[in-house]
Structures are given as C-alpha cells and as structure tokens.
Design a protein around this ligand. Structure first.
Ligand code: AMP
Ligand code: TRP
Length: 329
C-alpha cells in the first residue's frame, strides 16, 4: 500500500438510514481512486447493545451488500468483518491500558447510551477504545464519518499520541473527514435529534432499503414549521434538514435550492424532494437485491478482505507488542 489510508466502519446494528448513507457510505466510493481504502463492518461494536443473533447475521450481510451496491469495488478497497480480524481486540486491550476512565466516561455516546439502559455495561464504556484500535491498526490518515463520531476520533488521536510519546513513533495520527453538507442528518419527526436506525418512531428515518412508497410517505409527513416560506436557517430546523437531504442527493447547493423554491410551498418542495431521494436510491436498491442473493460472492469478498486486513493489522500489532515489552513467539 503506497497511497494514504482511508478507514471507516459501520455497525450492523440495524438497517442503514439515509443518515448513514449521506454522512458516511455515499462518500466511501469516491475516495477509492485517490486513497487505499479499508471498510469494515463493526459487528463487535454492534454487540455493545443487545442484538438478536439472527438479525445480527442478516444485518452484517446487508451492510456488506450495501457497501458493494453503493459502489465499493473489492478490487480497489478492502471490505471485511471486524470479528474476522482478532488483532482489533488485541490492540484494543493494549490501548485500554493507557485510556483514562474519566475521558471515556465523558463521551457523549457513552452518557446517552448508559442513561437509556438499566445496567451500565463495560462494553459501552470501552467502545471508543476498540474504535481507536480499528483505526490505528491500519496506519490510517483519514476517517470519513458523520459529525457524531468527532469525539471518538479525538480520543483515537489522543491515544495514538500517548502511545507514540511513551514508546516512540508507532501510529499515524488520523484525521476526520466529514461531508460539507449532511454530516448530521436529523430525525424527520424531531429535527433536534439525529436520524437514527434505533429510533422507536419509524417515520423519523428513511432506510436505504425502504420501499419507494414508504420513502415518499415519510417525506410527506416530515415535520416542518408554520412560517410557510422556503428558507435555510436555524429557526426552521425541519426544513433546513430537508434542504440538506435534497442537497446531498442532488449535488445542488443549499443556496441554489432555496432560490429555486423561493416561491413554492412546502408541499411542492417535499414532492420534488421525495423524487430526488427515490431516484438517488433506486440504483443502490436494485444492485443491493442482486448482490445480497449471491451468498458465494459475498463470502469470497469478506474472506479475501479478512486475509488482507489481517496481514496489515498484524504488522502494526507486532510492533506494538515488541514496544510494550512482550516476548515474541
Ligand atoms: P453507525 O450506524 O452508528 O455505525 O454509523 C455509521 C456511520 O454513519 C458513521 O460514520 C456515522 O457518523 C454516520 N451517521 C449515522 N447517523 C448519521 C446521521 N444522522 N447523519 C449523518 N451521518 C450519520
Ligand atoms: N463507532 C462508529 C459509529 O457508530 C462505527 C465505527 C466502529 C467506526 N469502528 C470505526 C467508524 C472505525 C470509523 C472508524 O458510527
């Protein structure tokens, strides 16, 4: 590998939303020409929240198929499943030994998730350390993710710096890469909160794999405001979010969209938006169906991916083990 490394992962903890698509997945394909890209399905992260085993298996294969349907080329990028590469947990352990409990407890996602559950599980606390291991194993330069991951990337950089200064230069310090528009797509029912596949209200999100009818219906029902004018500002957060979605799918700037719809009403804007989203997702939905049915093809891809990823991960892990003073085999 001689180009800079791009690394990202998505958890197979449910069906992916257009938030995942806009914030992360849709950017992955373009990066393949310029960088050596590694994309992971983070099943070990997914089990930090309760998962039905058969759903986890299904969702894992769904996410690989979506990666491929969204244009990732296994000849150019490495696609693999996290649990197939044991070096992640091995490096994760070493990084845990230099992680500050206070810093982990201050992570917003830890606070949110532990407030929602009866029992606070250690996996949720250590989740960002495993994420740091994912990234650092591959000497990653750039991590394309949505805005919600900023704190985790900061922690990764801190851990890399801490290790490097304690034991000498070992890890590349990674940087976050976010899309200009759409790094944080909001719920269609409550524009104050992030669009999330774990939301209990199905109308709050659009899944990449929703039917075209459901997609149209959910956009029609999306919460707006009583201002009645198409403008892009924080006083109209529902509308602002819809304009962001429009912009991400059409490639038009938010200014162009506002200019075009300035004399229209919300109904017309929403109808057009629904078409833009449906058209944008159609090729992915069609390709997904073909790929998902081909079990052998999928198996070949994740097996090859795990082999390539393990080779790279092992190079870093050997260095780490030597530096901390473990005796080599
Ligand atoms: P997750 O589903 O939490 O594994 O997230 C996978 C990727 O999608 C990460 O890069 C997230 O930052 C991104 N993502 C998730 N939800 C959103 C959202 N509502 N808006 C933008 N990006 C998102
Ligand atoms: N925590 C990320 C999320 O919820 C998923 C993830 C796991 C990830 N490991 C990663 C993202 C490494 C980027 C790099 O979205």
């Amino acid at each position: 590998m001689d180009k800079k490394i791009v690394y990202s992962a998505i958890q197979p903890s449910g069906s992916l939303t257009i938030g995942n698509y806009i914030g992360a997945l849709s950017n992955f394909g373009n990066l393949q020409e310029e960088y050596d890209c590694i994309y992971c399905i983070a099943d070990m992260h997914a089990i930090t929240m309760p998962q039905e085993p058969k759903d986890l298996r299904k969702n894992t294969l769904d996410v690989i198929s979506l990666y491929l349907a969204a244009g990732l080329d296994p000849e150019k990028s490495i696609l693999y499943i996290q649990s197939h590469v044991p070096q992640h947990t091995e490096l994760g352990w070493v990084l845990n030994t230099i992680s500050s409990l206070g810093q982990l407890q201050r992570m917003t996602q830890f606070k949110d998730k532990s407030q929602k559950s009866k029992e606070i599980l250690a996996g949720i606390l250590n989740y960002p350390v495993l994420m740091a291991a994912d990234i650092l194993l591959y000497q990653t330069s750039y991590v394309p993710v949505g805005e919600d991951q900023r704190q985790h990337i900061e922690l990764t950089r801190d851990l890399a710096q801490k290790f490097n200064s304690r034991y000498s230069d070992t890890f590349t310090i990674p940087e976050m890469m976010t899309p200009k528009v759409g790094a944080r797509i909001m719920s269609l029912q409550n524009p104050e909160s992030k669009m999330s596949k774990s939301d209990s209200d199905v109308n709050s999100y659009i899944l990449i794999l929703d039917s075209e009818d459901d997609t149209r219906r959910k956009i029609k029902r999306a919460v707006t405001d009583s201002v009645g004018e198409i403008k892009y500002n924080d006083e109209q957060p529902g509308l602002k979010n819809l304009i962001n979605i429009y912009s991400s799918f059409s490639g038009k700037s938010t200014d162009e969209i506002v200019e075009y719809y300035k004399n229209s009403n919300y109904g017309i804007f929403k109808e057009d938006l629904a078409e833009v989203v449906v058209e944008g997702l159609r090729p992915i939905r069609t390709k997904f169906k073909e790929i998902r049915e081909d079990k052998e093809y999928l198996e070949k891809i994740y097996r090859d991916g795990a082999e390539k990823a393990s080779y790279l991960a092992n190079k870093t892990l050997r260095k780490v083990y030597k530096k901390v003073g473990f005796i080599g085999r």
